[in-house]
Design a protein around this ligand. Structure first.
Ligand code: URA
Length: 180
């Protein structure tokens, strides 16, 4: 697909210099839910697929608890498509350089719901800095598409006491746009 080829060839920011490969996205391109993460880590950079490391396992388990799979029910992309060195948070200019790809993915998938996993994803979708704790539990929007903001799975691995809140956020998403 042309968009994925464009992403793989991208040199719009310096993240392209250290990547093994860009990571466009995965899942069902006709999904009604689209999940947006932060950026590829080491495993994703090696394999070319988002959320294949420890955080991805947690994400898959959370989806499974809703009766969903990444292959059938959601499309998963990242706010930046290339791994930031040492897994640092993407800079605002890197998020901005990559945003046109995220927006083209949204145009193609036409989801009924967007889920921002963590602050950089929320910044890319909403174009403003938010605090996850304050922004969760309320519907935001990108154009006319509702955006649910929740914790990033890697944060949840470090802060398991907040897993219950992330579960509440997914239940909130399911109330907004039921899948099954
Ligand atoms: N964290 C992310 O934000 N995205 C991935 O693809 C993997 C880990």
């Amino acid at each position: 697909m042309q968009l994925d080829a464009d992403i793989r060839a991208c040199q719009a920011c310096s993240l392209c210099e250290k990547r093994k490969q860009a990571v466009p996205g995965t899942g069902n391109r006709n999904a009604r839910w689209m999940l947006v993460g932060e950026g590829p880590g080491a495993e994703e950079d090696r394999l070319g697929e988002p959320f294949v490391g420890q955080a991805g396992k947690l994400l898959d388990n959370m989806l499974a608890a809703l009766g969903l799979t990444r292959e059938a029910d959601v499309f998963i992309a990242n706010a930046v498509k290339c791994r930031p060195p040492h897994n640092r948070t993407p800079e605002a200019d890197e998020l901005a350089a990559c945003r046109p790809y995220l927006l083209r993915q949204i145009e193609l998938v036409e989801p009924d719901l967007l889920i921002a996993l963590g602050r950089p994803a929320a910044l890319a979708l909403l174009e403003r800095e938010i605090n996850i704790g304050a922004a969760r539990g309320k519907p935001h929007s990108y154009r006319d598409i509702p955006v649910v903001v929740t914790y990033h799975p890697a944060y949840l691995l470090r802060n398991p006491q907040d897993k219950g809140k992330a579960w509440e956020d997914l239940c909130f998403a399911r109330r907004l746009v039921p899948l099954k």
